[in-house]
Write a protein that binds this ligand. Structure first.
Ligand code: AMP
Ligand code: GLY
Length: 422
């Protein structure tokens, strides 16, 4: 089979690495890819949102399956674009329909979906320009902390949590009236603050049944001990130490089963990944967010623990045959540590030469990198994900951190405390 992966991050390099191990994989392309995917596959300079360019390429190269990495093309309707086009409708697309992608594309859609299907989540109210005054009064009448979320996609930046009423009111006004996050914040959700510990589960849905991939926990803040600005994710561990069978039973019965049943009942076509961000409050799981794709950097440690043939799993997903599929995970513990450009998530420089010493204990997935004249250079905020498996979490972290130390590029920054709570 010929595969086309869309995206350019560490997640997409990890997808390429895992698909390449499959005997089913004949030709592998990544659009646009990065320095890492270039070593395993052929990169092709197409923007994942340029559907007509993708169409020509898919037809020219007889692509059998498109694996969509990031959320934007899904929210823009890439699945529907393929299915509605006679010449493309036989191509398998891993990712939900445009309607299904609203689980990530609109926080309001996701909240009402959860409400309709009795899925535990924080209580919420929704405000727009039309009822802004009510929003301001709501803040006055309620207790901090306030969680304000831009309704639409905001590249992971659309959530503001504040202890102060004044800041909450100012933020609400900036989001709605000053378009702080563009169109994405013309509608704002104000949510009850949940105090607990977060973890994520990854569902692969075939539209009627599902399988679970290994769970993970990511570390979103730039600074150690979870301080400072939010990032796309500075590292992840898998499995999450406190997630036991009992908790997973609750997650399945209260969250995942009603999510899949809800999608079916509402006739929402969904053949792809659902990343369910959860928070554990008094031993009860609540949904913080849905994403309509895999996580980054979670994929960089979830896929190394997955023992199934990913190509086979994705074909079964597309064909609606996941019912009897058994997912096998490595018993080993995994950790991935992100090496970032100094300054990230604010301004940073690009084009710094990267030297990666050979290391048997780790797999280095590339994110913001590119090759110029056969020299690997930095090309983004998150540059590399160093992943390691070990007999226990400490062992995995030691291996990943040692390689993170050994890699050289100017301005390299990484958190040395991934997994610190365990
Ligand atoms: P989201 O983009 O919805 O995942 O939110 C980003 C981050 O904000 C989450 O990973 C949580 O750490 C935090 N967060 C979101 N919603 C809540 C909430 N209701 N209570 C507490 N923290 C939250
Ligand atoms: N690591 C968080 C995300 O992929 O959304």
């Amino acid at each position: 089979m010929n595969f086309l992966i869309l995206g350019s991050g560490g997640r997409e390099h990890a997808f390429a690495w895992k698909l390449k191990q499959s005997p089913m994989c004949n030709h592998l392309w990544v659009a646009p890819g990065n320095g890492g995917s270039k070593q395993l596959a052929q990169n092709i300079a197409i923007d994942p949102s340029d559907f007509s360019a993708l169409k020509s390429f898919v037809l020219k190269e007889s692509i059998d399956m498109v694996v969509v990495g990031p959320e934007v093309p899904l929210v823009e309707g890439i699945y529907d674009f393929f299915m509605d086009d006679q010449s493309l409708s036989k191509v398998m697309v891993i990712g939900p329909s445009k309607h299904g992608a609203q689980l990530e594309g609109s926080k309001s859609f996701a909240k009402y979906f959860m409400q309709r299907h009795n899925i535990p989540t924080a209580a919420f109210n929704e405000f727009t320009q039309a009822n802004l005054e009510e929003g301001l009064a709501f803040i006055d009448e309620n207790k901090a902390p306030f969680v304000l979320k831009a309704d639409g996609l905001a590249a992971g930046k659309g959530v503001v949590i504040t202890e102060s009423k004044a800041e909450a009111k100012q933020t609400l006004q900036e989001m709605i009236s000053d378009a702080k996050f563009g169109d994405a914040s013309s509608k704002v959700i104000i949510e009850e603050f949940l105090n607990g510990i977060e973890f994520s589960v990854f569902v692969l849905s075939d539209g009627s049944d599902y399988v679970l991939l290994p769970n993970a926990k990511d570390y979103k803040r730039i600074g150690e001990k979870d301080t400072g600005l939010n990032t796309g994710g500075m590292g992840a561990i898998s499995p999450v130490p406190f997630v036991d069978e009992n908790l997973m039973r609750k997650v399945k019965s209260r969250v995942i089963n009603p999510t899949i049943e809800g999608l079916k009942a509402e006739k929402i076509v969904y053949k792809g990944f659902i990343y369910v961000g959860l928070i554990l409050v008094d031993d009860e799981p609540y949904v913080i967010e849905y994403n309509c794709r895999m996580g980054d950097p979670e994929t960089e440690i979830v896929l190394p623990r997955l023992e199934n043939d990913l190509a086979d799993l994705l074909v079964k997903c597309s064909e609606g045959k996941l019912k009897d599929e058994v997912v096998k995970y490595s018993k080993k513990h995994g950790a991935t540590v992100i090496l970032a450009s100094g300054g990230y998530p604010e301004a940073y420089e690009k084009g710094k030469q990267i030297i990666i010493p050979a290391c048997e204990n780790t797999t280095v997935f590339q994110a913001g990198t590119k090759e110029i004249d056969n020299i690997l250079v930095t090309n983004g905020g998150r540059v590399l994900a160093v992943s390691a498996l070990g007999e226990n979490l400490a062992d995995a972290l030691l291996k990943a951190n040692q390689q993170a130390e050994a890699i050289v590029f100017e301005g390299k920054y990484f958190r040395k405390d991934i997994g610190y709570e365990f």
